[in-house]
Structures are given as C-alpha cells and as structure tokens.
Design a protein around this ligand. Structure first.
Ligand SMILES: Cc1cc2nc3c(=O)[nH]c(=O)nc-3n(C[C@H](O)[C@H](O)[C@H](O)COP(=O)(O)OP(=O)(O)OC[C@H]3O[C@@H](n4cnc5c(N)ncnc54)[C@H](O)[C@@H]3O)c2cc1C
Length: 296
C-alpha cells in the first residue's frame, strides 16, 4: 500500500514526488513514456527561474536525478484506470494507494484521419528536436500556423531542403516576430486555407497529404503542430472534467476526497513549468495534510 501514487512524471508529478519523498512518504511515480513530460522535447528553456538557459532534456534529467536520489519508486507503465477506493490499474498490474495525484499533463492534438496511428513515428511526427534529424535535406510539412508550428518550421528550415507550412485558416496565428523570421527563409513555403483531408500512402509508406479534398502534396514527413489536449480521458467516468477536457479542481482537490490533480491537466489559465511545479508542491502538501487528518 503506497501513501501516494503519482500518475505522470512531468514537472508537476516530479515536483510532488520531491516534496513527498522528503516528507518520508511511500510514493510510487508511474510514467507511461519518458521522464520529464512535455518539456523534455523543448530545445531551450529560458523562463525557468534559476536557469538563464537550459535545454528541456537537461532540465528533465535534473528533475529525474533529484527524484531518483530521494529513493522514489518509479514504474514505466501506462495507467489505464483508477477507482474511487484509490486502486490504480496499469497495463502491467494493479497498485493500491491511500491517495492519488493525477499529473498527466497534455498531449499533442492529432487530425484523426485514416492511417494516422500507423504513420506516427514513420512519416507523422510531433517533436522536431526528437525526430527532425530524420529529415535532413528532405521535404517536410508542418501542419498548423500558430507559434509552435512556426517555431517548428524555423527549426526544420535549418536542416531540410524545403518546409511546407499547411494552415487551414487564411492567415498565420503565431506571433509577428516568428512570421517575420519565416518570411526571411527561402526554403519555407506557406499554404493558407489548406485543410488536410487525407494522408497519402505509397506501398504502405507515408508519402504526403491531400488538402481540401483536391490537391496532393508530396512530402517525406510531416510535423503536426496543432496544439495540445489534456490527458484526462481515462478519468472521465470518475472525476469531474470541464468542457475542454481539463480536470476541474478547487486548488489541487478534485471532486473525490484523497484524489488530487496538478499541472497542465487541470483547469487553470496559465500552463507553464513554473505553474506545473507550483501545483506539484501544493498537491504534495495537500496529500500530507490529508494523510495526517485521516490518520492514514
Ligand atoms: C515543445 C514545448 C516547449 C515548451 N517550452 C516551455 C518553456 O520554455 N517554458 C515553460 O514554462 N513551459 C514550456 N512548455 C510547457 C511545459 O512543458 C508544460 O507546462 C509542463 O511540462 C506541464 O507539466 P505537467 O507535469 O503538468 O505535464 P506534462 O509535462 O505533460 O507531463 C505529464 C506526464 O504524464 C504522463 N502520462 C500521461 N498519461 C499517463 C498515463 N495514463 N499513465 C502514465 N503516465 C501518463 C505523460 O507521458 C507525461 O510524461 C513547453 C511545452 C512544449 C511541448
């Protein structure tokens, strides 16, 4: 029986683990992919206090080492379900806890077109710093027109032969400074009012996209940059969730006693590293108060 199970090893979950381990609690941290969460894919972080500039991967690794040095138990498993009595069911087993912190963050939004799942990782990508190098001197598409799409296009323009931005609106929605930078790049083409309607496939391999049901664009790969959605689906039968998929919370409390939430997955206005670590701290202290008040 764990004092707490933390679901998600992003900055919120890792911070909660630091506070709980330092309070001598018996903690299991469960992560389905890579330790560090979203920030691990960021090439550069310049707004985390105490670090003038640090790569996301290094920051994630520092957090991991800090948690590991405190002796925190970590399981690389995917949580599939939790129950009201605080059982946590994963793809590999079941664990019982006295309290739970949900820190599952956000994940990349997909287009949900046929064949998407098959091509993810081999033709369809999300993270330029992770997968951009596969497309050295090739032709890639960036789907989206906001800041993350423009930043991805700028990074890819440094290594790809050509970058094609595909935006469904009739204008780009990113900041002016990024639009200006894109304008200076001779190998970046912008296609506005272009909605992706199909993934193209040649002999089972990704070969490009169809836009507006009429025009085929040949591409070696694409990077979907169309925003993020909260990772809350598995909790929806138990935990109150708002219309956008975020877990409703009063401070870090969910609607269920002893089940707390922290980080990007909860309802709030600002989703950043500092707010995620802030939530992780408060959730951990809430857990300690909860365990003490119930004599658990
Ligand atoms: C490319 C990029 C650059 C960014 N740059 C900055 C920046 O410069 N400054 C800044 O302040 N913020 C930045 N952010 C935002 C910042 O990374 C997030 O606000 C922060 O990571 C949120 O932390 P979190 O712990 O709430 O969630 P996440 O980081 O999303 O972590 C959640 C973790 O939960 C895991 N998980 C989800 N579901 C399950 C499950 N069922 N079972 C087990 N594990 C699960 C996920 O795999 C993930 O590791 C950036 C984000 C991105 C994507």
């Amino acid at each position: 029986m764990y004092d707490t199970i933390i679901i998600g090893a992003g900055p919120a979950g890792l911070t909660a683990a630091i506070y709980l381990k330092r309070a001598n609690k018996n903690v299991l941290l469960i992560e389905k992919e890579g330790i560090g969460g979203q920030i691990a894919s960021s090439p550069l972080v310049e707004n985390y206090p105490g670090f003038k500039a640090i790569s996301g991967a290094e920051l994630a690794n520092n957090l991991y080492e800090q948690v590991d040095n405190l002796g925190c138990e970590i399981a690389i498993e995917e949580v599939l379900e939790i129950t009201k009595d605080k059982k946590v069911i994963t793809d590999s087993g079941e664990y019982q806890a006295k309290s739970i912190i949900i820190a599952t963050g956000c994940e990349y939004r997909k287009l949900n077109l046929e064949g998407e799942e098959d091509f993810i990782g081999s033709g369809i990508h999300f993270c330029v710093s992770c997968d951009g190098a596969f497309y050295n001197n090739k032709v890639v598409g960036v789907i989206g027109g906001g800041n993350s799409a423009l930043i991805n296009a700028l990074s890819l323009s440094e290594l790809c032969k050509k970058v094609v931005i595909i935006q469904d609106l009739d204008h780009l929605t990113g900041e002016e400074r990024y639009i200006a930078e894109i304008g200076k790049k001779s190998n970046v083409e912008i296609n506005l009012s272009s909605k992706v309607t199909k993934y193209l496939n040649e002999n089972g391999n990704f070969s490009g996209i169809e836009v507006n049901n009429e025009k085929d664009i040949k591409l070696d790969g694409i990077f979907l940059s169309i925003g993020r959605i909260p990772t809350s689906k598995i909790f929806k039968n138990l935990i109150d969730i708002d219309d956008y998929g975020y877990i409703k919370s009063t401070d870090m409390n969910t609607n269920l006693e002893g089940i707390f939430v922290a980080g990007d997955v909860r309802t709030k206005n600002v989703r950043q590293l500092t707010t995620a670590t802030n939530d992780g701290t408060i959730a951990a202290i809430d857990v300690i108060d909860y365990l003490n008040s119930k004599n658990l």
